[in-house]
Design a protein around this ligand. Structure first.
Ligand code: SIN
Length: 521
């Protein structure tokens, strides 16, 4: 394999975590592996709600940490929750200084949105539902003006090179058609900041490229994976037949929008005292049940926002317009869709993975902050806090150097994922590893994953997807209880006492999958 040796830190992914870490590392030389042009294709840029942070005087980091722990249903790491919520304020001030145009009140305070399971209106926002895009735009402008950061647009990571338990390089390929002969990049350190797994599901709010590849490539290299079974389904993806499904931000329910069905029933009132603002897992299951029962759930913003939705929530309004829905007149059809992976590559408090010389931040990581159910708008916050932690830890470990620009070119070769196989994989995950699971469905999903993998093993990119899908399904099978976003029809109760996090390697997951396949044959 062609090899490039560099003194740059290799950052895989160019979402919020990757950009923020690259800026923090400056002037240390960095190379960013970005499948698309900066700002395109990253989940962060699609985030509508904003960043959770206790910015008002009435609020506190302690209250934010307590809400995070409660939402996580017994499996949040309290030390991580304390750390992240305490850091939140400083990151909002820093993003403001970097040029993020957060919404302000007439007196200059941050406008705070209310989202589910928060005790306070605590989510800083930009132009209603534009937080992700605007924060990314501010960071991208800085990154482009920072000479120590080289961005390799149109590249994606494929595999990690490991020697004696330590990561020594990242094999990358051309992102065009997901195919080319790989090139090994050996850098001074590797930070994975490459997003989650939502796109492994047929119904998802995630950008098309976010299909568990980064978790998969780390797992295939031997990294320990935590809490893989905890996949968050967003209750109000728009049910309009688009792939990915557009999001109708939870902030709309924070404004007072209600959920009803085709009988006009407001079904959340009977299910939780906070009704539409119950924790996200509860609302998602309620929406899923309505959909399964053919009751066509809708989000009704008419009374609370009327025409104002069109100016105050431009992303939602655009998606409605594309689908000939006037939300001032007609409620928005909604469905529960895979949205965020709480699980991922297990990291310690410094953002280090179980393999040496490997750091992870953002959705690909599992720091312990989210537990079984992420508190709304804690995702961008975690990416910010851990991007800084990882960058600072990397800076301690590598000497200060300069590095020349990398000149990379790709030869033809490699096998792209077969689109039909990807579609089958995604449908399998939605049908059997989705909002409500049981042993029959999970074992049948694992047999299907094994068959797909055997038929398509020449595509490394596809193997990264099936690795993550396998980890999710095996971990879901292993957890014989219902907790947070993980709901088992055959094990509806939650184990009493403190919850435990799950830890697994891909080798262990594959052994379980093989046993299931043998039993079936
Ligand atoms: C939303 O705006 O509803 C999504 C926010 C989040 O996923 O944290």
């Amino acid at each position: 394999m062609k090899t490039i040796q560099t003194d740059r830190v290799v950052i895989v992914g160019a979402g919020l975590g990757g950009l923020y870490a690259a800026l923090r590392l400056a002037p240390r030389p960095v190379v960013m592996i970005s499948p698309e042009s900066l700002g395109e294709g990253a989940s962060s840029a699609w985030a509508q709600g904003g960043v959770a942070a206790a910015m008002s005087n009435a609020d506190s980091a302690q209250s934010h940490a307590a809400d995070t722990v409660n939402a996580g249903d017994g499996t949040v790491d309290r030390d991580v929750a304390t750390l992240v919520t305490q850091e939140a304020r400083s990151h909002i001030l820093h993003l403001t200084a970097l040029g993020t145009p957060f919404d302000r009140t007439e007196t200059g305070d941050y406008v705070m949105s209310r989202e589910a399971a928060h005790s306070f209106a605590r989510v800083v926002r930009v132009k209603g539902d534009q937080a992700g895009a605007e924060i990314m735009a501010a960071l991208i402008e800085r990154v482009r003006a920072t000479p120590s950061i080289q961005v390799l647009d149109g590249t994606m990571a494929l595999e990690l090179e490991v020697s004696d338990g330590r990561v020594t390089g990242v094999a990358v390929q051309s992102a065009d058609a997901l195919c080319s002969a790989p090139v090994m990049l050996r850098g001074s350190a590797v930070l994975l900041a490459g997003g989650g797994s939502g796109g492994l599901y047929a119904l998802t709010t995630n950008p098309p490229r976010i299909r568990g590849q980064v978790i998969g490539l780390a797992a295939r290299a031997g990294a320990l994976i935590a809490d893989a079974e905890f996949v968050q389904f967003h209750p109000t993806a728009m049910d309009v037949g688009e792939d990915p499904a557009p999001l109708a931000t939870e902030a709309l329910r924070g404004e007072g929008a209600i959920l009803t069905n085709d009988r006009g029933e407001r079904f959340m009132q009977a299910l939780h005292p906070d009704a539409e603002l119950a924790p996200r897992d509860i609302v998602a299951r309620a929406i899923f049940a309505q959909t399964q029962a053919g009751r066509h759930p809708v989000l009704d913003t008419r009374d609370v926002l009327g025409q104002a939705i069109k100016t105050q929530y431009p992303a939602v309004a655009d998606a409605c317009a594309r689908n000939a829905i006037d939300p001032a007149i007609t409620p928005i059809p909604v469905a529960a869709a895979a949205h965020y992976h709480m699980g991922g590559i297990a990291t310690d408090i410094d953002g280090r993975a179980s393999l040496g010389h490997l750091w992870v931040c953002g959705e690909a990581s599992s720091t312990g902050l989210h537990g079984a159910n992420r508190l709304a708008s804690n995702g961008l916050l975690e990416a910010l806090v851990y991007a800084r932690i990882c960058a600072d830890d990397i800076a301690k470990c590598i000497p200060k150097t300069s590095a020349s620009a990398i000149d990379i070119s790709f030869d033809s070769g490699g096998t792209p994922p077969d689109p039909n196989a990807v579609a089958e994989l995604r449908q399998t995950m939605t049908d059997h590893v989705g909002v409500v699971r049981d042993a029959n469905g999970l074992t049948s999903a694992l047999r299907k994953l094994a068959a797909l993998e055997a038929a398509h093993k020449s595509s490394v990119s596809f193997l990264n997807m099936t690795a993550t899908a396998t980890l999710i399904a095996v971990s879901a099978l292993n957890r014989q209880e219902s907790r947070g976003a993980h709901s088992r029809a055959d094990f509806p109760d939650t184990f009493p006492g403190a919850g435990r996090r799950s830890l697994i390697t891909l080798k262990e997951a594959l052994a379980i999958r093989s046993k299931i396949c043998e039993e079936a044959s």
